[in-house]
Design a protein around this ligand. Structure first.
Ligand SMILES: Cc1cc2nc3c(=O)[nH]c(=O)nc-3n(C[C@H](O)[C@H](O)[C@H](O)COP(=O)(O)OP(=O)(O)OC[C@H]3O[C@@H](n4cnc5c(N)ncnc54)[C@H](O)[C@@H]3O)c2cc1C
Length: 288
């Protein structure tokens, strides 16, 4: 293994100084659950690692009147234990609960999940249906915000420059009665074919039992997570019923045909998603 430098900034000022030294070969480390494996397997040979794990100021979950804010090094365990997120983003809590093992949830971070940009990254379709944006810091000390969907460029490929880093995520609380759920098929130990994530987020009118507006996210069925806009339109104004659940699962199955045409996993995923859709819809209705 080639030797590399490690910088361990403990605040934003030090992080900016560290980013000034970054090259196209440098890497950010947060929890290390992806990066350390990539190092061991020699899939990467960085010249510099910027270790953000000691940056306590990026470890938070808080709110203001309009938005929820999550610091980049917040772990999956912290997300699952947050009352605020249980209230405003059940889908993010449910997704974080399904990540790997307890050890992985204790170390793996939301910033690392976005930075890794895996097609199967569990928080990615979730953050998309929450209409989340990442706050990105660069080596000049400037920040910009980018919607999560715009960051995801392909497997393990983000829109970030090498001198940029995600320092936090924010999403709106949403006006109305937003409820959400996440369901997943497959685990890390299972074969890759058996992975699908479905996220539902709906503004639900409890009086008329109608979906005023919906957002639907899919993961592990394409190069990146994506929103099923056609299905979101279909759900708008619909009364909740068994027939609607059936229709949702059929439409999601069609969506998969469009997302991965000709892929070996298509026949399996086309059927498997129906069960995942049922589970996600059931969880959504249980939260009412
Ligand atoms: C056994 C096992 C099981 C797993 N199960 C799941 C699972 O069920 N679901 C799932 O989604 N993932 C899973 N993972 C993958 C991994 O745990 C997650 O992707 C995790 O969120 C990575 O976070 P991290 O902090 O450990 O990232 P790191 O390993 O530190 O970094 C990952 C990548 O993101 C970049 N990066 C890190 N932080 C930032 C930042 N702040 N800004 C920009 N780029 C950054 C790094 O340079 C690197 O390329 C699993 C991994 C293992 C080893």
């Amino acid at each position: 293994m080639r030797s590399f430098d490690v910088l361990t900034p403990s605040n934003i000022l030090e992080l900016v100084q560290a980013l000034k030294k970054a090259t196209a070969n440098s890497k950010i480390l947060s929890g290390g659950t992806d990066l350390v494996i990539a190092l061991h397997e020699r899939r990467i040979e960085p010249d510099l690692i910027i270790d953000m794990s000691g940056m306590r100021e990026l470890d938070y979950i808080n709110e203001d009147n309009d938005n929820i804010y999550i610091g980049a090094i917040t772990t999956f365990t912290q997300i699952t234990e947050s009352q605020l997120l249980n209230k405003y983003a059940a889908c993010l809590v449910q997704a974080s609960e399904t990540v790997g093992s307890r050890q992985i949830r204790n170390r793996g971070t939301i910033g690392g999940n976005i930075g890794n940009c895996s097609p199967a990254g569990d928080t990615l379709p979730v953050l998309m249906v929450l209409e989340a944006a990442a706050t990105i810091l660069n080596s000049q000390g400037n920040t910009r915000e980018m919607p999560i969907g715009d960051i995801l460029k392909g497997p393990n490929r983000t829109a970030l420059n090498y001198d940029e880093v995600i320092i936090g995520v924010k999403f709106p609380k949403g006006k109305g009665n937003w409820i959400s759920s996440f369901a997943k098929l497959g685990s890390r130990t299972a074969v890759t074919i058996a992975k699908i994530n479905v996220v539902l987020n709906a503004d639900y009118d409890a009086d008329t039992k109608t979906i005023r507006s919906a957002r639907v996210g899919l993961g592990a069925v394409g190069k990146t997570a994506f929103r099923a806009l056609r299905i979101e339109e279909m759900l708008k104004g619909q009364k909740v019923s068994d027939q609607l659940t059936e229709r949702l699962s059929e439409e999601l199955s069609k969506e998969i045909e469009n997302a991965i045409p000709g892929r070996a996993s298509l026949p399996y995923k086309k059927e498997a998603i129906k069960g995942v859709a049922h589970e996600a819809f059931e969880k959504l209705l249980n939260s009412i």
